[in-house]
Design a protein around this ligand. Structure first.
Ligand code: BES
Ligand code: ZN
Ligand code: ZN
Length: 478
């Protein structure tokens, strides 16, 4: 979808369809009130109504609607408009603070993933034109709105880039293919890209990551992307879980739980999307994205429950469940990332536990770490960016649940509750002492993928983590 800003008043913009948001109060004096009433429109809830003879689509919105509501309403309206035969749509401003949410609604709401459809019907609607004029007739500054438009487009397109990656099948998006995507992105966006293959991983003693990938025909790859501006104000390390498929390994998943496990690479895809957007926004922050791209499969050489693995930082891990593989991969990638870069902050993104979904529901990202202020700053950034985050608290009792009688730590908890937190406390074993307060772990198991549309999301990958992290990073540059 092409999104444009025009400094013409709405009435003078040439477009096939006008989209108008109507509040209950605005509806009282609306010029088309009679016909809209006849059609059953009351300016309530999520009502949409199209008067084709007037080339007008109206959309109900509450008087005190939040940015979140504007974003979701815009997504609904654009999805509906894509069902018609109009090529262009125009809309006014509804207060400058609603402009970015409306753009996000349009770009994220119009997303379609059709790579695996043999027949596709492209939508007639290809362009959305925003006027600088407000709905009440006042006008906004073009230059300011244009900055918002350009930034928001970069962020929304990066989110769709992530969705495209997540949605690809495990056959297409193997660890090797992830490395190719990273390489191509590096070429295009002028990033540095280093890729470690199995022999380099062996040389670097990344035995936990290697064990997880051992039974797969698609060997593991560690990807390191770097964005280096001339005068960085901060250095940030991002780490992503990139399980291109998680069968569970020998602790095999049940048939129904295995479906959707192509999304177990969503953390890796998110960090690629973030570094893509940071480089396009030209933020004064040095960003390192580390990805552990691995496939967790079964086979005669598979790693086993009862194995003990020595991670990169020297700690030994008792494996009691091969389906708790993400934390093993992250243990090594976190170790490698901290050894390679002395960062101001380290954030990891992972579809780590089903337990996170049990705790917070399927829409919310779990936020964990030792630094309360830092975690809260992410909850705030997420709210502004249109994502849900909830803090899951650590405590010393939960920490005891991953003690091992055999090794330094066990990869699963001895109790069935609090699994999102015990997984994070496992990762804590691989965070260096001087990085404890600088680390945040994001469990995106619930938020990264959906099989039913919600908010600006359609079926598939959501791009969870991208918008909130970019909002947080942009706030660091102020
Ligand atoms: N990739 C899964 C977590 C997951 C589950 C993500 C559902 C998205 C949706 C992870 O590797 C896993 O299998 N975790 C286990 C951990 C358990 C064995 C301790 C889980 O959540 O059941
Ligand atoms: Zn698993
Ligand atoms: Zn997994």
């Amino acid at each position: 979808m092409n999104v444009k800003l025009s400094n013409q008043p709405l009435a003078l913009i040439d477009a096939n369809l006008t989209l108008e948001f109507i509040t209950p109060k605005g509806f009282e004096t609306h010029p088309h009130r009679a016909i809209l009433t006849q059609a059953g429109f009351k300016a309530e809830g999520e009502q949409l109504c199209t008067l084709h003879e007037h080339r007008l689509m109206v959309c109900a919105i509450a008087e005190d609607a939040t940015a979140e509501l504007y974003r979701a309403t815009m997504a609904n309206a654009i999805k509906a408009a894509m069902g018609f035969n109009y090529a262009t749509l125009k809309i006014a401003q509804y207060g400058t603070s609603m402009f970015a949410p409306m753009i996000e609604g349009a770009v994220l709401g119009s997303y379609r993933f059709e790579q695996y459809k043999s027949e596709t019907k492209p939508s007639a609607l290809t362009q959305i034109i925003f006027s600088t004029e407000n709905h009440d007739g006042t006008t906004n500054d073009f230059d300011e709105l244009e900055i918002t438009l350009n930034q928001t487009l970069i962020i929304a397109k990066a989110t769709n880039f992530v969705r495209d990656l997540v949605n690809q099948t495990p056959y297409d998006m193997t660890p090797q293919a992830m490395a190719v995507v990273a390489d191509t992105l590096a070429e295009k966006n002028d990033l540095e890209c280093t890729i470690l293959d199995v022999s380099s991983l062996e040389a670097k003693k990344m035995n936990a990551m290697l064990a997880v990938g051992r039974a797969s025909h698609n060997p593991p790859h560690l990807i390191h992307l770097t964005y280096k501006p001339a005068n960085p104000q901060k250095i940030i390390t991002l780490v992503g879980k990139g399980l291109t498929y998680d069968s569970g390994g020998l602790s095999l998943k049940a048939a129904t739980s295995m479906v959707t496990m192509k999304m177990d690479k969503a953390g890796a895809c998110a960090v690629m999307g973030i570094i893509k957007a940071v480089s396009e926004l030209k933020l004064d922050i040095e960003v390192h994205a580390f990805i552990g791209a691995v496939e967790n499969m079964i086979g005669g050489n598979a790693y086993k429950p009862d194995d003990v693995l020595r991670a990169k930082n020297g700690k030994t891990i008792e494996v009691r469940n091969t389906d708790a593989e993400g934390r093993l991969v992250l243990a090594d990638v976190l170790g490698y990332a901290q050894e390679s870069v002395k960062a101001d902050y380290i954030f990891d993104f992972a579809t780590l536990t089903g337990a996170c979904m049990v705790a917070l529901g399927p829409y919310t990202t779990g936020v964990m770490g030792h630094n309360q202020e830092l975690k809260e700053s992410f909850v705030n950034a997420a709210e502004k960016a249109g994502e849900y985050c909830g803090i899951l608290p650590f405590n010393r009792h939960l920490k005891k649940l991953i003690k091992s009688d055999l090794a330094d730590v066990c990869n699963v908890s001895s109790k069935p509750y609090g699994g999102a937190i015990t997984a994070a406390l496992f990762l804590d074993n691989f965070i260096d002492e001087d990085m404890k307060e600088k680390w945040v772990h994001f469990d995106i198991a619930g938020s990264a993928y959906t099989e039913s549309a919600w908010d600006v999301h359609t079926y598939g990958g959501t791009g969870a983590g991208v918008r909130m992290t970019l909002k947080w990073l942009m706030e660091q540059c102020k």
